[in-house]
Design a protein around this ligand. Structure first.
Ligand SMILES: Cc1cc2nc3c(=O)[nH]c(=O)nc-3n(C[C@H](O)[C@H](O)[C@H](O)COP(=O)(O)O)c2cc1C
Length: 184
């Protein structure tokens, strides 16, 4: 039997009624005994400065350690101005440094995007699909989790839309299988 995997989830916004946080909480609630998912809030990561990368702030060291100690990652992103939010790119940049110490190396990763609009943040999703191959993280290709009209699918801080819940379950199953394949 495959061993339980440790997953780190990050990327959601800090807004009080954030839809991406609601999706993140729902993902944690849908996990089964195959996995342990920890949500990681990247709010305390300061703006990147290459002068400090050899002596990174504690918050960055902690984020990198959490990534490195995980078997797999889930990024849940909103879309800001046709891309990922600056706070998320900033945290990703920190975690790739200093040169030769890229925390994403060989990590299996699932990407989730959402938007109240009709396109579900797919442009933000596609930007992550440009970034993570460079970092040699292994993205699961299927299913693509792109959640449109998210404001109609969340109630009391949880996703309630059946189709979206099925998609989340299918993503978690695929990430578990993918992680075991890569670790073999
Ligand atoms: C700075 C900014 C830029 C945005 N740009 C986009 C965009 O390009 N595409 C889109 O679908 N939604 C865009 N939105 C709307 C967000 O999708 C919406 O605010 C969403 O609820 C943010 O995620 P959250 O609920 O997790 O905070 C933008 C929001 C902000 C604050």
């Amino acid at each position: 039997m495959a061993k339980q995997i440790k997953i780190l989830l990050f990327g959601y916004s800090f807004r009080k009624d954030s839809f991406t946080k609601a999706i993140s909480d729902t993902i944690v609630n849908r996990s089964n005994s195959d996995m342990k998912i920890n949500e990681y809030n990247i709010l305390d990561i300061p703006i990147f400065n290459q002068d400090n990368e050899q002596n990174a702030p504690e918050s960055v060291k902690k984020f990198k350690k959490n990534i490195e100690e995980s078997d797999a990652l889930i990024v849940v992103t909103p879309e800001y101005n046709y891309s990922i939010p600056g706070y998320l790119k900033n945290a990703i940049d920190w975690a790739t440094r200093p040169y030769g110490n890229n925390s994403f190396e060989e990590k299996p990763i699932a990407i989730v995007s959402s938007s109240p609009g009709p396109l579900g943040g797919y442009r933000a999703q596609n930007h992550l699909k440009q970034i993570f191959p460079l970092l040699n993280a292994h993205i699961i290709n299927r299913p693509e989790v792109i959640i449109s009209h998210i404001h109609e699918k969340v109630k009391d801080g949880k996703v309630v839309d059946k189709q979206t819940l099925d998609l989340i379950d299918s993503m978690l199953g695929a990430l578990f299988a993918w992680t075991n394949r890569i670790k073999r």
